[in-house]
Structures are given as C-alpha cells and as structure tokens.
Design a protein around this ligand. Structure first.
Ligand SMILES: [Zn+2]
Length: 335
C-alpha cells in the first residue's frame, strides 16, 4: 500500500506577510492520513494570483508559517484503503480546493493544510486528478487553477460554436480564456487597455482585438456579444459600463478576477437596455477539470509558462504581484 516512508515533508514558507518574498524551507506535518487520502510527491507547482494575495495578507490573516501553492503536479506514492480512482505511481494533480482550502486553512480536527511549494501534499481523492499522458507536468500545473477558473464559466455560460465571447484582459487568466473560448468553438473578442499584447492575443486565437484605451471604443460593438469573461481588475481603467453595452440581449458579464478594490459604479440603464446579467465564478468542479484536460489534449491548448526552480518562489511571487508574467510561472521542486 505504501512506499512513502522516504517521503519528505518540506516546503517553502513565509513567516511574515510584510516579508512576503522571504521564503524559508521548513519541515511540516501533513494532515493525519485517512482512508480516502492520497500522498502526492510533488514535481511542479504553478504560481497563482491567490498565492500573492495570501502571502501578502490581502484577503485575511494567514496561518503562519504559510506554504502556498494550488497548481500541483506530482506522482502518487501512497493511497488510502478506500481510494479507487488513482494508484501508486500514477501522475496526479491537486488544484484549488474550497472545502478546506488547499493551503492557509485548518481541517476540522485542527490539522493545517499546506500548499504545493513543497515536496509533498496529502489530499482526499476527491481533490486529486489524473493527468492525461499527452500533457506534460509543467503544462498541466497552471491549468489546475488558472485554466479551470476560466474554463468552467465559459462552459457553464454557453461558450461554443455560433457564440461570440469577449475576454477582458490578457494575463494569466485571460491567456487561458482566449484559448479555451476558441477551443470550444466560439468567436473570440479580446479587450485590453492597450495594444501591447495584441500579437500575443492573436497567437492565442483571438479573432478580434479591441483596445479599450480610446473613448467610445464600444460604439461599433454594441449589442454584439453573448458572453464576457472578465479576467482584469476593472476597478482601474477599463470602464465596466462600456463593456456591458457590448453584450447582446440577455448577455452575461462574468467576473473571475478578484481585485482588492470594489467594482466600478454602473448605471442601471446600462443593464436594462439589453437585459444583461452580471455574475461571477470561482474555480470549477472535478468534472470540469477532467473535461478541461481532455479539451487541452484534443485541441492542443498551451499554457505560456516561465519555468523556475522552486527556490526562486519569492522572485516569482513578486513578478506576479507586479504583473510582469507572460503568462504563468511554474516552479520545479528543488528540495
Ligand atoms: Zn489559484
């Protein structure tokens, strides 16, 4: 059953949110092993915006020391007696879990959940996913949160053939949203505050690229789109009311970015004119993960990644915070 006796439980942790790039290697206790649990020896972990929010204390008071990371890929080294979906030796991923968060969270019994900037993770099989053979580990990693965050609302809100889908922002999430919308068969309109990423967006599959820098940019697109997935912080720059006007009747504006600031004020007239709907979405289900990974393989979706040794996690966190990543950072375990 177990060959995990040699498994190390070491991770890169921050001890103070004011020194959020100062990671130190610590030894940690995983949660107590239960009958549905799986131990995964980690090989790669993606760096997500949530990691930045967590280590900087942006959302709440973190549980310190804190090992972030929820875009985890590795190999199964131990399975509990009731596990049926994976076996020792399988490649597997662990993503962003919401029952007890993947990291910076406490189990009901008081055990602490630590993330993927580490040598290993223990998780209930419900949150551990098989990875298709055709997909490399470093490619799969950022899809488990970044990819799923946009895949799931695209599918749930009807992106597909004959649909016109807008993607706001060409960043870590947007670069996946453009590719998934295209892979699902939609016509893709990309909105960005400048032309800087136009060539990238087109390479990702954008059919149309619209710079939102000019006043009245929305005029020629009013009433056009079925769905907009907003991956950008629209509290600074892109006017939300202009984007709403671009939706057709009963079009949906779905927010997936989680900026610290409030959303901008809009006028109700902008909503009533086309019966537009505003909503949000957070991560996705296990069923979504598996369907997404199949689509990735089938359509050749590529994560645009920068690979770093895990010891550079502080540097990676800073560059995500400063918005300097094109388009996801992935860390390779080196402890
Ligand atoms: Zn995430």
């Amino acid at each position: 059953m177990s060959n995990s006796s040699d498994l190390k439980w070491l991770g890169y942790a921050i001890h103070d949110t004011k020194q959020y790039t100062d990671f130190k290697v610590i030894e940690f206790e995983p949660k107590r092993f239960e009958e549905y649990d799986i131990d995964v020896k980690i090989e790669y972990c993606g760096v997500c915006g949530s990691d930045v929010h967590s280590v900087t204390g942006g959302w709440n008071d973190p549980i310190l020391p804190l090992i972030p990371g929820h875009e985890i890929i590795g190999t199964v080294v131990r399975v509990g007696p009731k596990v049926t979906t994976l076996k020792v030796g399988d490649r597997a991923g662990v993503g962003c879990r919401k029952w007890v968060d993947t990291y910076n969270a406490k189990y009901p019994n008081g055990d602490i959940a630590h993330g993927g900037y580490a040598t290993a993770i223990r998780a209930h099989e419900r949150y551990v996913f098989p990875i298709p053979e055709a997909l490399s580990s470093e490619q799969a990693a950022p899809m488990l949160c970044g990819g799923l965050t946009v895949y799931s609302p695209l599918v749930r809100n009807g992106a597909g053939p004959g649909k016109k889908v807008g993607v706001v922002g060409v960043g870590g999430l947007g670069h996946f949203a453009i590719q998934f919308a295209k892979a699902l068969g939609a016509e893709v309109y990309v909105f960005s505050h400048s032309d800087n990423k136009k060539a990238d967006a087109q390479e990702m599959g954008a059919d149309h690229f619209i710079s939102t820098g000019a006043q009245g940019f929305e005029a020629e697109y009013e009433g056009l789109l079925d769905l907009i997935i907003c991956t950008a912080d629209i509290s600074c720059g892109i006017p939300m009311s202009s984007l709403i006007k671009i939706l057709g009747v009963h079009g949906r504006f779905i927010m997936v970015a989680i900026p610290d600031d409030h959303l901008p004020t809009i006028q109700s007239f902008d909503l009533v004119k086309n019966g537009a709907l505003i909503g949000g979405s957070h991560i996705g289900s296990k069923k979504d993960v598996l369907a997404m990974l199949d689509l990735v393989v089938e359509k050749g979706v590529k994560a645009w990644i920068e690979l770093l040794p895990m010891s550079k996690c502080g540097e990676a966190i800073q560059s995500v915070k400063d918005n300097h990543v094109r388009y996801r950072k992935v860390l390779k375990v080196d402890i």
